[in-house]
Structures are given as C-alpha cells and as structure tokens.
Design a protein around this ligand. Sequence first.
Ligand code: SF4
Ligand code: SF4
Length: 135
Amino acid sequence: MAERRVVFHYPKQMVDVPVVYRLSRDFDLEFNVLRANITPDAEGLMVLGLSGDPAKLEQGLAWVESLGVGVQPLEKDVLRQEEKCTECGACLTICPTEALWRDTKTQRVYFDPDRCIACELCVPACPPRAMQVAF
Ligand code: SF4
Ligand code: SF4
C-alpha cells in the first residue's frame, strides 16, 4: 500500500472530467479529498490523499498528467515570517484557498496554515518576502 498527498491543477477544459472517480474505478485507488476549489469555466484546484497499490498509484497519477491536469506533490510547507509581513494585502487575491485573508474589522492579514496547499503563488508575490518555502 502506498499513500500520496497531491494537488491537482485543473485547466478550464478539464473541470467537468470525473478524474477522481476514474482513479478509483480504473486504478483501484482510495481517495480523500482534503480541499477543492473548482468552478465551471475556470481553472480549479483539488487537494487530495490517494492510496493503493504502488504501481497503480503511479499509473493513475501518470494518467492524470496525460489528461493535462497538473499534479503537484504536497510535501513542502509554506510559512509566513510574521515580523516581515507589512499587511499590504498583495497576497490576498493570489491565494487560491483563502489561507491568507484579511479580517475586515481589524484590517489585519492572517495566514491559516491548515488551508495552505503549498502552491507557492504567494512567495514571489509578497513584496517583503514574508512568505517562504520550508523544506
Ligand atoms: S503579501 Fe506578504 S507582506 Fe503583504 S500581506 Fe501578504 S504576507 Fe503580508
Ligand atoms: S502557498 Fe501561499 S498562495 Fe498557496 S495556498 Fe499557501 S498561502 Fe495560499
């Protein structure tokens, strides 16, 4: 039995394809969707855990990539260096999971690691480089 945590990046034309169902049916994989942000006619993201026979797991992920869906391993952590954050808000519209968000009452910007999928989009977007990848 092998287990992997991955992020699927769906291009617009793929959001209606039942990729996870096919992984289960055709490759006998068990799945646990941890987070999904998929809307019609837009790019989508899904964070999921997959487990099953090691060879079938690799075959299944290769099949997903052959469809044009990006497959990113979820192995890194993204951290915020609190003392560097200027609360400028440049990361807010970039973060696809709202792991970075502003409290409208206090105007403070918060980072929720539990919602972060380590896509790294915020890292280059943060002017003072407060967002960093930890290996
Ligand atoms: S872009 Fe960087 S400095 Fe600005 S709010 Fe986000 S984490 Fe803080
Ligand atoms: S890496 Fe940054 S942009 Fe990506 S989910 Fe985490 S906080 Fe949001």
